[in-house]
Write a protein that binds this ligand. Structure first.
Ligand code: GLU
Length: 551
């Protein structure tokens, strides 16, 4: 079909050798992994995409390989406005850095580009032209009506649906017929002339799924659409070949395309890369049913969710790594100061089908992660978060910067640090009472002591007789014990437990009264730190609120 090829591709003046020479082998060590993240600009990134992306980044980094970003935008119908920018922003927010690839809609870096498929039309067409000339592809004029008829017949006669074997009649058009139809302006596509036999089977060796048997492909799939752009199947093979991808890591929804891809690699006479099909992320829903995480139903499926909640990206990445390799959690437990980079990832340890994604577990990992940070780092991130999502709190924490850092520093940098918040968006819920502007004593659950008079006198005696702001924690606590004794409560819990009939309660009940009065909460971090930060005046003010309430 040399003549037809010339008519279809009048401007293609290069050949395969040109591109094979231009994109020569990468100078990397033999075991270096070259892989890519190849999203289509159809909307924001889904947590499942991020999952595959992290694995790609991890294995390329571990082997001193290359991780690049390729934008797969050959399907204009599915593309959304600013789709590319959205993806690049999402990746940037997650600190995912690439060694090569697209950096904006019009800009790429690296020697194997362009990395945006719509800019690679000439490359694809060069290879398609070559296949046409060799008789390995052909021009097809199948109209939508003819296709519909064919499908109806296949359904009626219970045959496989598609353009193959006896149905692929355009295979037999002569070059003259093809040229004639093109001249008549008939719309056309270019199809692969499949050599496969559906009755023959082959084994695909997937890095995650293991050995999977498939029938050979015998479909004459479209490789170039009417708009001159290739289909995903064809484009990915050309790109992964010319960009020297060693490992294709992608979602398991592509596994069923393996027969087509396998044939394309062979027809084009390229070396096939290794494939790793990552499992879909699943969740257990309210009814206890395990189902696919859905962008429509589950907010946690969209990665914007984590930004809005203020869950640190590091925690999301740590969690995704535990989903990828369940032994990662144990690794972290035994190696407190280590992270993803120190862990040896293993494809074999991945779940072969649906991996469970559990937001509660993610939140716990986030709690642990946040507990390891310094107060100043939490503060900086909190400023950043509130600036975007909580203006009122932003104003307060920047007005009371030093105090906020002290509050965040309570029970931090110690053996068992506080773990009361899982996200930057959760901090306000845990420390609001430290700001007079927000403090509004809504409820008092005093614990054992419930008599208003007793409560008031405990508080008054505490501040008048036992308060001294120079006290260290030990002295402060001794004074709480003195206060307890004065009111007939045991100095030690143990004493009380031995002889409960001698006491009204114990020191714990007394500190509960102080805690609840000052914070309106029954559980807070270390009370000594709280009272030290509040100081005498503010403590007195809060006590007078209680006086008003019980007057
Ligand atoms: N562009 C494809 C998608 O967004 C990616 C498949 C691949 O990584 O090869 O689903």
């Amino acid at each position: 079909m040399k003549e037809a090829a010339k008519i279809i591709f009048p401007n293609i003046d290069k050949n395969r050798d040109y591109y094979e020479g231009k994109y020569s082998e990468r100078a990397l060590k033999e075991d270096a992994i070259v892989t890519r993240y190849a999203p289509s600009p159809t909307g924001h990134i889904h947590i499942g995409n991020l999952f595959s992306c992290l694995i790609g980044r991890k294995i390329s980094k571990d082997t001193n390989g290359i991780f690049y970003l390729r934008i797969e935008d050959t399907d204009g119908k599915r593309e959304i406005e600013n789709g590319i920018e959205g993806i690049i922003k999402d990746l940037h927010d997650f600190d995912i850095l690439f060694d090569e690839g697209a950096i904006s809609k019009n800009e790429c870096f690296g020697s194997y580009g362009p990395y945006i498929q719509s800019e690679r039309k000439e490359i694809y067409q060069t290879y398609i032209k070559d296949l046409l000339e060799k008789g390995l592809a052909y021009v097809s004029f199948l109209t939508p009506e003819e296709k519909e008829k064919m499908t109806a017949l296949q359904e009626r006669t219970k045959q496989r649906i598609g353009y193959y074997g006896p149905f692929a009649t355009d295979r037999y058009l002569t070059e003259e017929e093809v040229i004639q139809k093109i001249k008549e302006g008939k719309p056309y596509v270019i199809r692969l002339k499949s050599m496969g036999n559906f009755d023959k089977r082959f084994v695909h060796n997937d890095l995650i799924k293991g050995k999977v048997e498939f029938p050979e492909n015998d479909m004459d799939i479209v490789i170039m659409k009417g708009d001159g752009l290739p289909t995903y199947h064809f484009a990915h093979v050309i790109d992964d070949h010319l960009m020297h991808t060693t490992h294709v890591i992608r979602g398991e929804d592509w596994l069923s395309s393996i027969p087509v891809h396998h044939e394309l690699w062979q027809t084009l006479e390229f070396k096939e890369p290794k494939y790793a099909h990552t499992p879909l992320l699943m969740k257990i829903d309210e009814e206890g049913v395990k189902r696919k995480l859905s962008k429509r139903k589950d907010p946690e499926a969209a990665i914007s969710f984590y930004d809005q909640e203020g869950i640190p990206v590091q925690a999301v990445c740590l969690y995704l790594m535990t989903v990828a390799n369940s032994n990662f959690e144990e690794f972290l437990l035994h190696n407190k100061d280590k992270g993803i980079d120190d862990f040896v990832f293993d494809f074999k340890k991945m779940s072969k089908s649906g991996a469970l994604f559990d937001v509660e577990k993610l939140k716990n990992i986030s709690r642990n992660y946040l507990s390891t940070l310094k107060a100043i780092d939490i503060y900086d991130a909190l400023v950043h978060f509130t600036q975007k999502y909580d203006e009122e709190f932003y104003r307060l924490i920047t007005k009371y910067k030093e105090e906020t850092i002290s509050v965040l520093n309570i029970e931090r940098e110690q053996k068992k640090p506080r773990k009361d918040f899982y996200a930057y968006g959760d901090i306000r819920n845990q420390i609001w009472y430290m700001y007079d502007e927000l403090f509004e004593p809504k409820y008092y659950e005093w614990g054992t002591i419930s008599d208003a008079k007793e409560i008031l006198s405990i508080l008054k005696v505490y501040i008048e007789k036992y308060w001294d702001e120079t006290d260290d924690e030990n002295t402060w606590f001794q004074k709480l014990k003195d206060l307890s004794e004065e009111f007939g409560y045991a100095r030690e819990v143990k004493e009380y437990k031995q002889n409960p009939e001698f006491y009204k309660g114990h020191v714990g009940d007394i500190s509960m009264v102080i805690r609840v009065a000052l914070t309106s909460k029954a559980m807070t971090p270390n009370l000594y730190d709280i009272v030290s930060i509040l100081g005498k005046n503010r403590i007195e003010k809060r006590i007078s609120l209680i006086e008003e309430k019980y007057r």
